[in-house]
Design a protein around this ligand. Structure first.
Ligand SMILES: [Zn+2]
Length: 242
């Protein structure tokens, strides 16, 4: 069974980000080393073609600059492909990519660019028109900047529901990823979030397809409100996808 992993910033901030969203370059490299040796890492869209194959795909949310400056050189070293889900409205702000940095990233043969909303809003709280605007406009802006079609989506905060899943298909996305929410259909595909606590032992367990299956069942039974840890204000809340 395939496993799709989510990272955010590859850095070591003095104060940890909420939802364990940062991971040090050293820890991240240990993940890559292990994957390169023991697993088949494929571009994200390959997991759509045959999800039963025992592959891993790497994704990065929000569009942090260090995905270009820190993650990409390491991915090059191990020749592992990545998909970056960029929040279009954040481009040019600190600590995110600028438009020209996104262009540079998008030209790299190991990189696929996907959308992550325009302003990283809670989609569950938006009207249908607002959600549609976010989905269409973000995709359009990213395609304009990169000169390539943008067909993949990751839901900000992993939030989706049946209506949103349908909307994402209507807005032309080929597939969409949540974290644990949704039914793991084509527009609410599961991903496993990783962060600063994930040393190699935890990573080995979390990157197995079985972990995603078990954890998703646990979330469904507990109906946990995964947004409960969010605090108002500040950029830190923007990364709380898990
Ligand atoms: Zn996000």
């Amino acid at each position: 069974m395939s496993s799709v992993l989510v990272y955010h910033t590859i850095s070591s901030p003095l104060e940890p980000l909420v939802a364990d969203a940062d991971i040090s370059p050293e820890k991240f490299e240990r993940h890559l080393q292990w994957l390169a040796r023991w697993r088949r890492v494929v571009p994200l869209d390959e997991t759509l073609r045959d999800p039963r194959r025992n592959a891993v795909a790497l994704t990065f949310d929000d569009g942090y600059r260090d995905n270009l400056t820190v993650a990409l050189p390491l991915l090059e070293k191990y020749q592992l492909p990545m998909t970056i889900f960029v929040t279009a409205g954040f481009l040019g702000r600190e600590p995110y990519l600028s438009e020209s940095e996104l262009q540079e990233l998008s030209r790299h043969p190991l990189v696929t660019v996907g959308a992550h909303g325009l302003w990283h809003r809670h989609f569950n709280l938006l009207s249908t028109d607002e959600a549609r605007h976010e989905l269409i406009e973000s995709r359009h802006r990213l395609a304009e900047i990169t000169g390539k079609p943008v067909n993949l989506l990751a839901w900000p905060f992993g939030e989706c529901n049946e209506q949103l899943e349908q909307l994402s298909a209507e807005c032309g996305y080929q597939a969409s990823w949540s974290v644990w929410k949704g039914n793991n259909g084509l527009h609410s595909l599961r991903r496993v979030p990783l962060g600063r606590r994930d040393d190699l032992a935890r990573f080995v367990i979390k990157s197995s397809g079985l972990y995603a299956l078990t954890k998703a069942r646990w979330h469904r039974f507990n109906q946990k409100d995964e947004t409960q840890n969010l605090k108002p204000g500040g950029a830190k809340q923007l990364v709380a996808d898990n």
